[in-house]
Design a protein around this ligand. Sequence first.
Ligand code: NAG
Ligand code: NAG
Length: 342
Amino acid sequence: MKFALALSMVAAASALDFSAPVINESIINKVNSMESTWVAGVSPRFVNATVADIQVLLGAVLSTHEGSTHFDHAVRQDHTYGLVAVPDSFDSTTDFPGCEDLIAHVRDQSSCGSCWAFGSTEAFNDRRCVAYGDKQWYAAEDTLACCSGIRCGLSMGCNGGQPTSAWKWFAATGVTSGGDSDVEKGSTCNPYPFEACAHHVDSDTYPDCPSDEYSTPKCTESCIDDGFKTAYADDKVKAKSSFTIRNEADMMEEISTNGPITAAFTVYEDFPTYTSGVYQHTTGKSLGGHAIEIVGYGTEDGTKYWKVKNSWNPSWGDGGYFKILRGSNECGIEGTVSAGLV
Ligand SMILES: *[C@@H]1O[C@H](CO)[C@@H](O)[C@H](O)[C@H]1NC(C)=O
Ligand SMILES: *[C@@H]1O[C@H](CO)[C@@H](O)[C@H](O)[C@H]1NC(C)=O
């Protein structure tokens, strides 16, 4: 919806009612009456949220968006895919011993279009654990605030960005430590500044999401937690490489070998109502581009899927996760894929 996306969204969004509720009974009933491969319902994360509220979260530039300038990059040069047997199903949240708790942790981007920083930083974080057993939390905040402008594919913080360019930036600049907003004081350089939230749910678990989008944190090149004693520059950890991944088989090999990967897809009006099963677009218009982390894959009742970790806290979807159709570039999910060696 922002900057580069604005061009395509003008056409796509012309008929959208921004004040309409995201969770709409008629959409839920329509999806469920179609007996698709997934079940729609009311998500606590978006009870009472409007279309405008959810568009705030959709900050990814997709290669498929007309009029957008998507900065793609090269495939791996150091590896030939297809030479090893890849498992038929794999789940990074359980299949990398010692990293289960770290990889299975679901974050919350709060009211900011930082999905691109989450989908990329989380995959970097999880790959560090897979490669070295590293249990540090890395900072979506550092990526959000400091991966910007020309060196980050013209990413613009809470107004959206390019997850593939974030991977390039991990290799060039590195990223600091930093967990959720409630991470222990003094333990990381750049904890996320915005707390997990939900839209007007009477719940003790999450406070209300603010009615206005947060503005992008400033890149100060210093640790925002003043109790953290390592200097910002010394805290940076770099990736060894960054690359794009261009097909289903290579994505499966990357995930089962090196850990989760970063991807993006088009969110349609039916998607926020996802509760279980294998999502495929059934009804509704495009709301925007969303970046996420693909953590696994498999087959459910004969339907091939990617298992995806979202950044809308565990109250959304299936414990914070969703499955989406695999092998047919559903909603562009196989079109903007990146990762790196860490
Ligand atoms: C719910 O969705 C239907 C179908 O898209 C639409 O006609 C209706 O106006 C929506 N309801 C509200 C309250 O916006
Ligand atoms: C949704 O909003 C209405 C009106 O603002 C309020 O009365 C209701 O309690 C809200 N629902 C939830 C679940 O928070």
